[in-house]
Design a protein around this ligand. Structure first.
Ligand code: KIV
Length: 306
């Protein structure tokens, strides 16, 4: 494994950002080019989210995502990112069954190159086991898609004082269990800000207002590459899907009209090799268009002699 670059962000960067009131920027990525782009744009953290199930694999939820899906994606992202701090998202049933399974699967993310793992829900015992094994954990509270059925669907959390109190208690327990960071999903700004102020560890938000220590956005939401639905907290920074579609339409048209490929896209063959080819009786050439004119035969299409 190559040594970390000198500019690589670490947990110290994240902690210092919190201390200095500098917002940390997080984005998801699921493959090598996305990680390269995120890294070049100087994001602080990349999360290989199990949202990959929806953004990349076309599932309706994150539930079918497997450890193997996540590890393949994590390896590619880690190869593409030199500077960003990389967090691997533990998929459904990769941590719930036992402490041992949780630690083993967390370890697979670290072997893949991740710096930290993310675990959904107030699974204090599992999270403590992972932290005790020396692996850093980001906990994920608020709207937790793995337990969305229990929450009554994809609903904003912490909207009542009682609910917000529960999330705060869970957050404090997770910090005590050894978590290095916390992510709050889909919560009103005020309780999320209070939690961020109460905790010593960095508290990030996705749809949790601007009072937390940093923001996470899903790559495909930000880029305009996800069309199934758009959450209130999403801001599209470009319509990459439309740009790609337009490019593909142009390609389709040019191929059909014979405008692509052109000379500049062709590989060359040496004159003498072409002579040999033309002189070989095994081949028969049609001579209507497109071949060098200094040859006796000027074939365009090649057909095998009968
Ligand atoms: O999988 C993911 O990208 C996530 C975010 C929605 C928080 O868990």
């Amino acid at each position: 494994m190559p040594a970390d670059s000198k500019t690589k962000k670490t947990i110290l960067t994240l902690n210092n950002n919190k201390k200095n009131g500098k917002p940390t920027v997080l984005v998801t990525a699921y493959d090598y080019p996305q990680a390269r782009i995120a890294d070049m744009a100087d994001v602080d953290c990349i999360l290989i989210g199990d949202s990959l199930g929806m953004t990349t694999l076309g599932h309706k939820t994150t539930i079918p995502v497997t450890m193997d899906d996540m590890i393949r994606s994590s390896e590619a992202v880690c190869r593409g990112s030199n500077n960003a701090f990389v967090i691997g998202d533990m998929p459904y049933m990769s941590y719930q069954p036992s402490n041992q399974i949780a630690v083993e699967n967390a370890g697979r993310f670290i072997v893949a190159g991740c710096d930290m793992v993310k675990v959904e829900g107030a699974m204090t015992e599992r999270i403590k086991a992972i932290c005790d094994s020396g692996i850093m954990v980001m906990s994920h509270l608020g709207l937790t898609p793995h337990t969305r059925a229990k929450l009554g669907g994809y609903k904003v959390q912490g909207k009542t004082a009682e609910q917000a109190e529960i999330v705060l208690k869970q957050a404090l327990a997770l910090q005590d269990a050894g978590c290095s960071a916390l992510l709050l999903e889909a919560m009103p700004k005020e309780p999320a800000t209070m939690i961020a102020e109460e905790l010593d560890i960095p508290v990030y938000g996705i749809g949790a207002g601007d009072g937390v220590d940093g923001q996470l956005v899903i790559f495909h939401d930000l880029m305009g590459l996800f069309w199934e639905f758009k959450s209130k907290f999403v801001k599209r920074y470009c319509e990459a899907g439309q740009i790609m579609e337009k490019a593909l339409e142009e390609y389709v048209q040019e191929v059909r009209e014979g405008k692509f490929p052109t000379e500049e896209n062709f590989y060359e063959i040496k004159e003498e090799e072409l002579e040999k080819l033309l002189g070989d009786s095994k081949w028969k050439y049609e001579t209507d268009k497109g071949f060098p004119t200094n040859h006796s035969a000027t074939p365009n299409t090649v057909t095998e002699k009968k």
